[in-house]
Design a protein around this ligand. Structure first.
Ligand code: SF4
Length: 74
């Protein structure tokens, strides 16, 4: 268990808390305060930077993370 080091820079969960409080809390518990290394946003951000991660990208969107990483390698 670890707190994500991007938590102050990543706006996803705070946005999700406003739009979908139950979902936002669940995602924060799973990823931000649990297993950030499994978060698709974190994985993408580790390569391209959090500023280039789409704001609405879900922490569970592994397919988009792969596309972002593939695009970064071109
Ligand atoms: S959504 Fe992912 S990148 Fe953003 S704070 Fe949570 S674990 Fe970190």
């Amino acid at each position: 268990m670890a707190v994500c080091d991007l938590v102050t820079k990543c706006g996803y969960v705070s946005s999700a808390m406003e739009a979908m409080p139950a979902t936002g809390k669940l995602l924060a518990n799973i990823y931000c305060n649990g297993h950030p290394a499994d978060c698709a946003r974190y994985i993408a951000a580790s390569v391209v930077g959090i500023a280039k991660v789409p704001e609405d990208m879900s922490p569970s969107d592994d397919d988009l993370a792969k596309k972002i990483l593939a695009g970064n390698n071109n």
